[in-house]
Write a protein that binds this ligand. Sequence first.
Ligand code: XCC
Ligand code: SF4
Length: 629
Amino acid sequence: MDKKMLTIDLNSQVMIDKAEKDGVETMYDRKLAMKAQCGFGLQGNCCRICGMGPCRITPKTPRGLCGADEHTIVGRNFARMVAGGTAAHSDHARDLAHTMALSSRDGNYKIREEGKLIELAKEWDVATEGRDIYDIAHEVAEIGLMEFGKPYGVSRLLKNAPKQRQQVWKDYEIEPRAIDREIATIMHSTHIGCTSDLDSLIHMSLRTSMADGWAGSMIGTRFSDILFGTPIPRQTEANLGVLEQTKVNIVLHGHEPTLSEMIVLASEDPELVALAKEMGAEGINLAGMCCTGNEVTMRHGVRIAGDFHQQELAIITGAVEAVIVDVQCIFPALAKVADCYHTKFITTSPKAKITGSTYIEFKEEEALAIAKEIVKEAVLNFKNRDQEKVLIPELKSSATVGYSVDAIIPQLDRVVNSHIDPTGTVKPLVDCLKSGVLRGAAGVVGCNNAKGVSNEAHVTIMKELIKNDIIVVTTGCGAQAAAKFGLMDKDAAKKYAGKGLATVCELVDIPPVLHMGSCVDISRILDLVAACAKNLDMDMSDIPVVGIAPEWMSEKAVAIGCYVVASGIDTYLGIMPPITGSSRAVEILTEGLKDKVGASFTVNENCHELAATIISDIEKKRVHFEKLV
Ligand code: XCC
Ligand code: SF4
């Protein structure tokens, strides 16, 4: 098979050829080499939970040594994926809460968004009158940190949901308690000899995922906005073509804005810019990748180098002086690829040390000084670039990004600088949904998955949806696919959108696909759907909105899928999760949950069929919706 057929991105195809020529192995080579994947693993019915295993379920051996059957084994594995994903997102949020606790008027981290802080303080019953903004910040940070380990009570963010949805959570008993507690409970209950009942395992998975969506991720987004500013629409470009022949190229990859915000500052430091010129470069060019890329493009318009599947390919351009990473979604392979070029692969987090990388530990206390040290490493490395090995592919697309809820609402309202009123100002959006000018809204999110063709499902599904007047909001690597393929360009509405959506886009001057941030920022999507539902006095499950993860791969994505379903939003996956080993698990996740939370999963690995199903389901949902309005 031709490796290049494994991606639809033309730049990626050029780089796959170059890698071959340079003798560098990439994920695409490893994908072809790994011919057959383990069938038990694919179905989720291999158990390695205790030392008597691994136990694999077959018709001849229908139970593990302890007697666990396929339903128990699949359920436990699934629950552990949710716990892993919730841990990753929430630990990211915890770091931001610690950063907020460190914030000070003359320190590296300041409060940028006082209004948002005060709004949150009021929500959390923190006194604000006559107090120093930093005292308020520190108290709010402390309360945020308590959400991870408080001994009693449930997430304090649940009350942002419509009351109908809160009741569903109460009735089904999935209000999450402290975040760490939910994760620990799953690890405990899936230990050998605890829960074997599949319904309980799935119930537990949903409750833990709620600790991600309606606690960890929400804290992550709110605190990031308070510290670094709420995103507003801005212009940028996306794809490997944003790397520059004449500048020091730094790729920022990973997740947490605490590091990347400081790198952005450091890259503008006059001394470092002067040093770059001394090295023979024209300046310093930052380019983002994965969710870090989303964070810095949303807040600064930093251009996007690429998505999860382009991390090796960026280095293969031969034009990257440094890849700077913190946590999550970083291929260990980057160390080896970087070795083939002059690129420095710089790891910074004690939570993600990678063999073969250059480790410069990032500490929030000395943030800017360390960021400058890291940028300096990159700048000094420019002289080592081997021009003969450089090939920067040409393509890049322009995109308008930065659609936080705070940006979308006033834009749709055509009122500039309006303050969000969670019940009032979504009215124009709600009216478009009611009248049917917009048939519905879809959150298309998530990763790239080598089980399919990189970017194909994202781009196919988004195009189909907008053609059918379904407005798309997106985060994560899905957002990067949209940006790369021109769907975030304001002209995209004319080219690809149906008549209703195109009219709305033109009227309010937005692209048909809106970039809402990193995957932690799916909390923004929850806020938006909750605001619409409240405006209509409906449950979130009553409105024609869906969640879609066409190319998901991470455990985080599994946690996200679960909390989106738990929020009453039907969720469509383009990759089958490892659950097919248990017919009952498939039945509960794709059907049974409907009765409990009003939504469930649908899986189809054919993206054209999946798009058609989504569109027809949205139309079905409209019938119900139109009766209610
Ligand atoms: Fe990672 Fe967040 Fe997935 Fe992209 S989308 S591959 S999780 S970077 Ni979140
Ligand atoms: Fe086997 Fe049971 Fe141990 Fe799993 S927990 S490895 S099924 S004995």
